[in-house]
Design a protein around this ligand. Sequence first.
Ligand SMILES: [Zn+2]
Ligand SMILES: [Zn+2]
Length: 394
Amino acid sequence: MKTVVLDARWEPKKDFKLGKKDIEGKLTYLGNQVWRNPKLKVAEKDVPKIGPTEVLVKTRVCGICGSDVHMAQADGEGYIFYPGLTAFPSTLGHEFSGVVVEAGEKAINKRTSKRFERGEPVTAEEMFWCSFCKPCADGYPNHCENLQELGFTVDGAFAEYVKVDARYVWSLEALKGKYSEKDLFLTGSLVEPTSVAYNAVIERGGGIRPGDNVAILGGGPIGLAAVAILKRAGAANVILSEPSKARAEKGKKMGVDYLIDPTREDFAKRLLDVTGGMGADLYLEATGLPDRVFPDIEKAIWEGRALNSTVVIVARAARKIPLTGEVLQVRRASIVGSQGHSGHGTFPRVISSMASGMNVLPLITKKIKLEEVPENILLLQKGCPECKISCVFD
Ligand SMILES: [Zn+2]
Ligand SMILES: [Zn+2]
């Protein structure tokens, strides 16, 4: 079968020390400290063989994620941009949907509590949590200490077939009859990124009450999926701060009420204008530029009259954030970090929201074939205006 594989050379930087769970030459938790000269190619591989708890899925759609782009991108010294857990060579792809073609005898479908059957439309979590470590046992699979990741350390779904343990697999049966077959699988491939947004604004951010105002900073796929979720949750006004015209326009399609271009206008002033001086009840940092946007958020919280605002950090960034404790104290505001998409009933709720009319399809702006995945990953490295580029299989 055809696959898209990323390979790179294991050449740790001088001051890099092998971590406790790193495996010399193979796996590291700090990708950008180790992997050099990333190379993407279309490669032929065998169809995976499944174990008793696994399912084999024939892939129908798989989207390109920002992490795919950063894993395949090298800095001036040739090291990959992506800072996280990686083991190369690996078949990329983790935002996928497909159809079950084979299931192990103990591969249980959570929809029926019985063994998976051929033909079930499915998607899967990307985080393979172990279920044994303390965070897992405490109910925090997004913080698993023995994590493996589909398309990062385990062969992913830019492949005609992908195998996944049934515990991570979710049925898309609920979307049948609500979408055309084509749109069902396109929508199904968006469950994973939408769940990242859901985990951020609902699970970690505590959700909103109908009538609340929310501000989304950054109109990438996660920020825009959050727009759809919060609109569905009853937000009175969703305000998107995003300098790119194409992304701002896309935001409108997803339900944004007011747009702010932070490079041309004062974010806090405009936010207060459109919320009657209140500011937002929930802020989502989805830019990856916290040092740039936090002063704006802080100003809005300080000058606005809303108490109890929550700021959720979902974008990954190593940069320090300038903060004034006084603002958080006086305004009863809080800041929380958000990671992952697993657990807490998130996947099934995202799927049932999609089944009941939450349309995230506008996120997909370009459809390609498997052979075109490498060139499109490179295109995204140059900062093209596309939102989600999705690989559609025949
Ligand atoms: Zn992703
Ligand atoms: Zn675990």
